[in-house]
Write a protein that binds this ligand. Structure first.
Ligand SMILES: NC(=O)c1ccc[n+]([C@@H]2O[C@H](COP(=O)([O-])OP(=O)(O)OC[C@H]3O[C@@H](n4cnc5c(N)ncnc54)[C@H](O)[C@@H]3O)[C@@H](O)[C@H]2O)c1
Length: 269
């Protein structure tokens, strides 16, 4: 395994579970020391301990609500005092409320929670991390930011209306940050499709039901895995992606861009 992250620090929000946890293990295996940020204190400590034990890298858990500016500011200060650099920032924490509710009937609490965590949260993380990242002495890039949007940010999904709006916002944020931080820091986004993680209670049947509700068929005829996301994240964290900024990478088995109508696909899932 290429240890291309040796000597590099990585900060991962939503690091306790799902994509964040999978990517954390993969980055630590490639030599990175990590700051793992999450609101779920118990799971965060468990994940951090496990990865530290398996990889012998330095793993620092920081409990922080990414939608709270004060907490994000403090977290960013602590992160740079624990590690001497943050080369990769995986801006990934997310949540969703108001499943299956028409956009015009969504409650204000559900709107605020989803928008605050998914969009305000990613903006706050960029806002309080970029300055120190941009002063780092790495060459040719001083750092990389990777945001997590969704296929629902590529094509609006009426079953998850507020989530869709928040994830479209993440793509806009990612592109604006790419302009602001060029040529020193790249900014990209991943757009996963349907993968069993904490967002579905780690239950495949719940995820399959949401796919059925939305009449979703997958051209590549299987559900997504956490490893599918880890693979593209390894590429985006590596020097092999150094000439890429401002882009969104779907990992969805072709759902969004192949986009053929479900009734002509020979697919079970
Ligand atoms: N699972 C999928 O199929 C899928 C598809 C597209 C996009 N996504 C996105 O992937 C990202 C990661 O989610 P996941 O699927 O791994 O789910 P997950 O629930 O396993 O992980 C999300 C993590 O974010 C944390 N979190 C939630 N609110 C937070 C807050 N306010 N502050 C700090 N941490 C907070 C949770 O505690 C959890 O550990 C999210 O942005 C999600 O929207 C997931």
């Amino acid at each position: 395994m290429e240890r291309f992250l040796e000597g590099k620090g990585c900060l991962i929000t939503g690091g306790a579970s799902g994509f964040g946890r999978g990517v954390a293990s993969a980055f630590a295996e490639r030599g990175a020391d990590l700051i793992l940020v999450d609101i779920n204190e118990e799971l965060l400590h468990e994940t951090s301990k496990n990865i530290e034990k398996e990889t012998k890298q330095k793993i620092v858990p920081i409990v922080c609500d990414v939608s709270d500016a004060k907490q994000v500011k403090q977290m960013a200060e602590q992160a740079f005092s624990e590690l001497d650099n943050i080369y990769v920032l995986f801006n990934n924490a997310g949540t969703g409320a108001a499943y299956g509710v028409d956009i015009l009937k969504v409650g204000e609490k559900a709107w605020d929670l989803t928008m605050n965590v998914n969009l305000r949260g990613q903006w706050l993380i960029d806002k309080y991390m970029w300055r120190k990242m941009s002063r780092q002495k790495f060459d040719p890039l001083r750092g990389k930011i990777i945001h997590t949007t969704s296929i629902a940010g590529r094509v609006v999904d009426p079953l998850i209306p507020v989530y869709s709006i928040s994830k479209i916002g993440v793509i806009a944020l990612m592109q604006l940050v790419a302009k602001s931080l060029a040529p020193y820091i790249t900014s990209n986004a991943i757009a996963p499709g349907f993968h069993v993680t904490g967002i579905y209670g780690n239950k495949e049947d719940i995820m399959i039901q949401t796919m059925k509700d939305g009449n979703v068929k997958t051209p590549l005829n299987r559900i997504g895995t956490i490893e599918d996301v880890v693979d593209i994240m390894i590429f985006l964290a590596s020097p092999r992606s150094d000439f890429i900024t401002g882009h969104t990478f779907p990992i969805d088995g072709g759902i969004v861009d192949v986009g053929v109508p479900p009734n002509i696909l020979k697919s079970d899932i």
